[in-house]
Ligand binder design. Structure first.
Ligand code: ADP
Ligand code: MG
Length: 396
């Protein structure tokens, strides 16, 4: 994808270099090791994680790398190429809201692993971060950072990092984000960063945490998945997210179910609710069905046929859940007009990114169409990322 507005993925060793250079210039000497974790995109299953639903994300070939060295004095010192803001403190300085800013994602991981009894209080680290995941674009740079560092801490503390050993690392990363950074997150991002498999999406059942790898090979299907980062600022996200969650919780109470996943008769449930809970509930119930539909199609290798469900997902998020934005709608409409098989907003909405499932020979047309639409509507120029399903967090 080499053209203006397009950001190609680079090899993990190239991502490591700036992290290692920052480590040397800040701390001197070399790190004990270097770890990487990927950003992700959610193919389908939006705003259903907190309803006990199904989600189908996959890891991107864009990642966050941490260069880390153990300290014996219990101090955590963290720096990043992304910001001049560094943080230096000990476990005693970590609490909800502290540290403020990006270091919460790093300090929170050590805090959570200490809370769960996995690391001792005296443990400290020098940490240097570099990332190719766009930050704040809905592609989960936050979980990539948490998970890269959680894996580093586990390796350096002698904890297991096989599939079973990664479960407490996922839990610690979620706690860091929820409790220390104070950001709501359902756990999808951390799970895919830790468990993704190349060439597959991860079907995650948010009711019980069960996972299944679903084959997803765009290339051999003559398809491409284009990620469109609208470059639009997130607006009102916190309040709207909480509002949607509260509506769904109230709907559950009114329907007498623990989660919307437990609803048996979708039409009757929607009919029993008043506006806007009825429309919100209809989104969740139809979206869960669409995830099942997409997973079945992918199991049979029918990638092109997934497009229609993606587009229906977008309409449902736009009209029933009302979490889209003018930039996301413009990107989706322009991608479809330029020949995409399907397109939808992805992530929480109100900005962030969209995805388009595109026949390989229509990628240029879709990119041009989306750029042109944004320009003619005086919207920010989007950037485009390529999205081959990639692997999970690992040590280099
Ligand atoms: P997303 O996860 O979709 O990118 P979030 O708002 O959840 O958006 O997380 C973005 C935040 O994560 C940033 O504001 C910053 O605090 C932190 N972050 C992510 N990547 C980095 C990085 N490379 N260096 C420093 N902080 C980072
Ligand atoms: Mg995030």
């Amino acid at each position: 994808m080499n053209a203006p507005h397009r950001v190609d993925p680079v090899d993990v060793h190239a991502v490591a270099k700036p992290a290692e250079a920052l480590f040397r210039s800040t701390f001197g000497g070399t790190a004990d090791g270097v770890w990487a974790a990927p950003g992700r995109v959610n193919l389908i299953g939006e705003h259903v994680d907190y309803a006990g639903g199904l989600v189908l994300p996959f890891a991107l070939p864009y990642m966050t790398v941490v260069a880390v060295r153990v300290r014996e004095d219990g101090i955590l010192h963290a720096v990043s190429t992304h910001t001049d803001e560094s943080w230096r403190g000990s476990l005693a300085d970590v609490a909800p809201g502290h540290p403020a800013g990006w270091a919460a994602y790093v300090a929170g991981v050590v805090w959570a692993l200490h809370r769960s009894g996995h690391v001792s209080a005296g443990i400290g680290f020098d940490v240097a971060v570099h990332s190719t995941v766009p930050v704040g674009s809905g592609l989960s740079s936050s979980a990539a950072l948490e998970c890269a560092f959680a894996l580093a801490v586990a390796d350096l503390a002698g904890l297991p990092t096989d599939a079973a050993g990664r479960q407490p690392l996922v839990a610690a990363s979620i706690r860091a984000e929820n409790e220390i950074a104070g950001a709501s997150t359902g756990g999808m991002d951390q799970s895919v960063a830790m468990f993704a498999r190349p060439g597959h999406a991860l079907l995650l059942d948010c009711r019980d945490g069960a996972t299944r790898h679903v084959p997803l090979d765009f290339e051999s299907a003559g398809a491409r998945l284009v990620v469109i980062d609208t470059n639009a600022p997130h607006r009102l996200v916190d309040g709207q997210y909480g509002n949607r969650r509260a509506t769904i919780e109230k709907a559950c109470a009114d329907l007498g179910v623990t989660t919307l996943r437990d609803v048996v008769d979708a039409d009757a449930a929607v009919a029993a609710l008043s506006s806007p809970a009825a429309a919100r509930t209809r989104h969740v119930l139809t979206e869960i069905r669409r995830v099942t539909e997409v997973a079945r199609l992918l199991d049979r290798g029918r990638i092109a046929d997934v497009g229609d469900a993606l587009t229906r997902s977008h309409a449902s998020l736009r009209d029933d859940y009302e979490v889209s934005s003018v930039e996301l709608d413009a990107a989706v409409d322009a991608a479809l007009e330029a020949g995409a098989w399907g397109a939808r907003m992805t992530g929480g909405g109100f900005g962030g990114s969209a995805i388009a499932l595109v026949p390989a020979d229509r990628v240029d047309a879709v990119v041009e169409g989306v750029v042109h639409r944004a320009a003619s509507a005086s919207l920010p120029t989007p950037q485009f990322l390529s999205a081959e399903p990639s692997g999970s967090a690992h040590r280099l």
